[in-house]
Design a protein around this ligand. Structure first.
Ligand SMILES: NC(=O)c1ccc[n+]([C@@H]2O[C@H](COP(=O)([O-])OP(=O)(O)OC[C@H]3O[C@@H](n4cnc5c(N)ncnc54)[C@H](OP(=O)(O)O)[C@@H]3O)[C@@H](O)[C@H]2O)c1
Length: 252
C-alpha cells in the first residue's frame, strides 16, 4: 500500500470504477472530476447549473476515456426522495457506485453572526451538511455492494478551527468532520467501506474569489496542485484509512 506523501497515482487507478462528484462544474470539484476521469473512472458530474457541467463533460470527452454523466440537483431544495431517485438512476444506468466526493459548498459571504439570518443558516446547513449526509445515506446499498468504496467529505480550516465571520459555514464544516467520525465508527467493521475528510486549505477558486476579492489569484495554490490527495483518498491505496481528516496544506 503506497503512502500519501509524494503520492503519484497510476494511470489506471480508478479503471472500471464509478465516482460521483458534487459541485463538479467549477473550482476543486471540476479539477477532481477531470483527474478521476483521466485515471479511468466513469464520473457522474453533479452541480446546480447544467451549462457548467456540460463544459466539464466536454473536457472529459476530450480525454477519450470513460464517458461522464451529468446529474443536476439544487441541494438547497432537495428532499430525501430526490436523493433516493438519484441513487436509483445510478443503479439503473451504471449498476454500481465506488465513490463519492462531497465537494459542493455554498456561503453567502463573510459577516458577523449578528448579521446572519435563520434563513441563511438553513440554506447553508442544508447545502453543506445535510445534503452530504442524505446523498451518502441514499447511496448506501450501492456503496455496500462495491468491492472498495470510498466516501470523501470536504471540510475547511474554518470548520476545523472555528473563526470569526465564517458563521453558519464554519458550523456546517465542523459538522462534516463530526459526521465523518460518526460514519467511520459505524463502518469500522465493514472492510469495503470508508469515509474520510479532506481539507484543501487556501486554493484559487470562484468561492475563494468571492470571500477574498482583493487577493492576487497567482499568489495562492491552484487546485491542480492538490490533486494527488483527491486521487489517493478515492483509490485503493487509501483502503486502510477510515475517519481521517487529511490536510492538503499546513493547518495554519
Ligand atoms: N477554495 C478554497 O480556498 C477552499 C478552502 C477550504 C475548503 N474548500 C472547500 O472545497 C470545496 C470546493 O471549493 P471551491 O472553492 O472549489 O468551491 P466553488 O468554486 O464555490 O464551487 C462550489 C460548487 O458547489 C456547487 N453548489 C453550490 N451551491 C449548490 C447547491 N445549492 N446545490 C448544488 N450544488 C451547489 C456549485 O455548483 P454551481 O456552480 O452549479 O452553482 C459549485 O460547483 C468546498 O467544499 C469548499 O468549502 C475550499
Amino acid at each position: 500500500m503506497k503512502k500519501l506523501e509524494n503520492y503519484v497515482a497510476p494511470n489506471d487507478l480508478l479503471k472500471d470504477r464509478v465516482v460521483f462528484v458534487t459541485g463538479a462544474g467549477q473550482g476543486l470539484g471540476r479539477i477532481a472530476a477531470l483527474a478521476y476521469a483521466n485515471h479511468g473512472a466513469t464520473v457522474i458530474l453533479h452541480g446546480r447549473r447544467v451549462e457548467k457541467l456540460e463544459r466539464v463533460y466536454d473536457e472529459i470527452e476530450a480525454i477519450g476515456k470513460a464517458q461522464a454523466l451529468i446529474y443536476p440537483l439544487n441541494f438547497e431544495n432537495a428532499q430525501d426522495k430526490d436523493f433516493v431517485i438519484l441513487a436509483q438512476a445510478i443503479e439503473q444506468q451504471l449498476g454500481r457506485l465506488d465513490g463519492i466526493l462531497h465537494n459542493a459548498a455554498f456561503l453567502h459571504g463573510l459577516s458577523p453572526l449578528e448579521n446572519q439570518t435563520m434563513e441563511q443558516w438553513q440554506a447553508i446547513l442544508k447545502i453543506n451538511l445535510i445534503a452530504p449526509f442524505a446523498l451518502t445515506r441514499a447511496c448506501i446499498s450501492l456503496l455496500k455492494a462495491a468491492p472498495d468504496a470510498s466516501v470523501i467529505m470536504t471540510s475547511s480550516s474554518h470548520g476545523h478551527n472555528p473563526s470569526a465571520y465564517w458563521g453558519g459555514f464554519t458550523i456546517a464544516k465542523a459538522g462534516i468532520e463530526a459526521l465523518v467520525k460518526v460514519q467511520a465508527d459505524e463502518w469500522e467493521a465493514i472492510p469495503n467501506l470508508r469515509i474520510n475528510a479532506i481539507v484543501p486549505g487556501i486554493v484559487n477558486s470562484p468561492q475563494r474569489a468571492r470571500t477574498h476579492p482583493g487577493e492576487v489569484k497567482e499568489s495562492i495554490l491552484q487546485p491542480e496542485s492538490l490533486i494527488a490527495n483527491y486521487l489517493y483518498l478515492m483509490g485503493p491505496d487509501s483502503k486502510d484509512m477510515n475517519g481521517e481528516i487529511v490536510f492538503c496544506q499546513s493547518k495554519k
